[in-house]
Design a binder for this molecule. Structure first.
Ligand code: ADP
Ligand code: ZN
Length: 525
């Protein structure tokens, strides 16, 4: 037992008297109890779920200093300020500190004067700091934003990989890793990379029921955005664009329409960014038009909407970015517009990179999943959550497909035509060529390969090129067609398509594929 002088406090006492909260939320209590007892843990909780308390409370309950590894200086700074206001002895060590200040913090650590110490990973991993830790009393290690160990993710930090040293060097100290990004592969990678095999995994539901999801094809993005913003008059929100130029143009367009819109991207100088961020946080009803440079660590509870004018990089990115809406639990909305060009751009981006093939395959699978979310006629939330290996038993009733179920038609015939044509042309060609054959267009390439002589030439004239493209997207999203990574986007048949080809299974397609009038001529390829 510990001595009277350092008499351990009960977690609920700490929660009430230090943090001023009446009770734990969700799985917090379980996690806190487990870590207080010296166990390792991996905590997967959505943004706003209350991850911080999961290590802050045990750090105060257990004797010694809680060491928190955090990748973002801004985030560290905010946390430390907030803790100090609560009377917690918290400090941080990172490159923003002057050498004298850093030495002062190190002295406090050695003297056992700190409850919590936030450290940047590169600092933690220095031999001098590890040596300092050898002589200190450590309550626990918390590894925040633990998905940074994953090289597949968007926030990869190589130093995170070396954090296993904590386990090797301080085997008796509990470690708690926390993240809000957690598809299955990332989750498994965190466990492996941080040697958390012995730890317990605490998986909270990732559902954000107060966010209404809406995803629409990009027909007239300006008008679509305008209509969306009109529904959110006077509310604060974020509009994400892929490029800096588009951020500038969009912010300007909105400003000329009399809205309070501010641009934010990494190309703006630090002072401007800080000013815009500050206004977004403090004023009401600001629309932040931004690249993904904006958002990480922004704690604004009443963001009422998030709009994506371009496709995000993956479902995880989409989830993270839309997750910035409605942290206060009140109704909020997420709109995403997507076009085939976006998809093509992302495919090119992946295929054209010099990443190893294994990685490209993962990236392509992620893109396919995102496409599936866009094309689904099912409840968006069910599709979204299933990506995180979570099952929502009933359709949510709070997404566009639930509220306005898309009209579908029996697309079995169309699907069979397309699948046969892919088969007859040898599963070696991209959508453009296959559609040429279906439409009976004797292009040079079609003639060269003798595809004007095959049975599927010209059997698809009842659909336009755009309609065929929509059908291709849907069959890809359904997993009936696969896009070959190595074969320059060649379409191939998936095992799943056999029953459809044999006429044993029906295919429902969204009627939207039939909505537009057939274009004359070749149109876009
Ligand atoms: P995360 O890091 O998971 O995004 P935070 O730890 O920042 O979430 O917590 C989100 C918000 O919820 C904070 O404002 C926090 O004070 C509040 N919060 C967390 N746990 C509780 C609780 N048990 N009772 C009341 N509020 C809580
Ligand atoms: Zn739904």
């Amino acid at each position: 037992m510990t001595s009277l002088a350092s008499s351990a406090r009960a977690p609920t006492d700490v929660l009430r008297h230090v943090f001023g909260f009446e009770r734990f939320r969700g799985r917090q209590e379980e996690i806190v109890t487990h870590v207080c007892g010296g166990g390792d843990a991996l905590v997967l909780m959505p943004t706003g779920g209350g991850k911080s308390l999961c290590y802050q409370v045990p750090a105060l309950v257990r004797p010694g200093t809680g060491i928190v590894v955090s990748p973002l200086i801004a985030l560290m700074h905010d946390q430390v300020q907030a803790l100090r206001q609560l009377g917690v002895k918290a400090a941080m060590l990172n490159s923003s500190l002057a050498p004298a200040e850093a030495r002062q913090v190190e002295r406090q650590l050695a003297m056992g004067e700190l409850d919590l110490l936030y450290v940047a990973p590169e600092r933690l991993l220095t031999e001098s700091f590890l040596h300092l830790l050898d002589g200190a009393r450590i309550a626990l290690f918390a590894i925040d934003e633990a998905h940074c160990v994953s090289q597949w993710g968007h926030d990869f930090r190589p130093e995170y990989r070396q954090l296993t040293v904590l386990h090797a060097r301080f085997p008796g100290v509990p470690r708690i890793a926390l993240t809000a990004t957690a598809d299955g592969p990332t989750r498994r990678e965190i466990v492996e990379r941080l040697a958390l095999e012995e730890g317990r995994v605490f998986l909270s539901s990732f559902d954000r029921p107060n966010i209404r999801y809406r995803i629409a094809p990009k027909n007239n993005p300006r008008a679509q955005l305008r209509a969306f913003l009109d529904e959110h008059e006077g509310e604060a929100g974020i509009v994400y664009c892929m490029s800096r130029a588009k951020v500038e143009a969009t912010a300007q367009m909105l400003a000329t329409e009399g809205r309070t819109a501010l641009p934010y991207h990494a190309g703006l100088d630090g002072e401007t960014r800080a000013r815009h961020q500050d206004r977004f946080l403090k004023e009401e009803g600001i629309v932040m038009v931004a690249t993904i440079a904006f958002g990480m660590g922004i704690d604004k509870p009443d963001v009422r909407f998030v709009a994506h004018l371009d496709l995000p990089k993956s479902i995880e990115a989409y989830y993270q970015e839309t997750g910035r809406a409605g942290r206060d639990g009140l109704p909020s909305e997420a709109l995403m517009l997507y076009g085939l060009e976006d998809v093509a751009k992302l495919i090119q981006f992946v295929d054209g990179s010099d990443a190893p093939d294994a990685r490209k395959r993962v990236e392509r699978a992620k893109l396919d999943a995102l496409l599936g979310l866009c094309e689904t006629a099912q409840c968006r939330r069910q599709v979204l959550l299933s990506y995180f290996e979570e099952e929502l038993p009933q359709p949510c009733g709070n997404c566009d497909t639930c509220l306005n179920p898309p009209k579908t038609f029996d697309g079995t015939e169309a699907a069979r035509k397309l699948l046969s044509c892919v088969y007859r042309t040898g599963e070696r060609f991209g959508a453009g060529h296959v559609i040429d054959v279906l439409l009976g267009q004797a292009t040079e390439k079609v003639v060269k390969f003798g595809h004007d002589k095959i049975s599927t030439f010209g059997i698809g004239k009842d659909f336009s090129r755009d309609e065929w493209r929509a059908i291709v997207r849907q069959l890809v999203a359904m997993g009936l067609l696969v896009v070959d990574v190595e074969g320059h986007g060649a379409l191939g048949l998936a095992e799943k398509c056999r029953p459809v080809l044999r006429g044993e299974e029906k295919v429902e397609l969204k009627a939207e594929a039939r909505a537009r009038p057939a274009r004359t001529g070749g149109g876009e390829r």
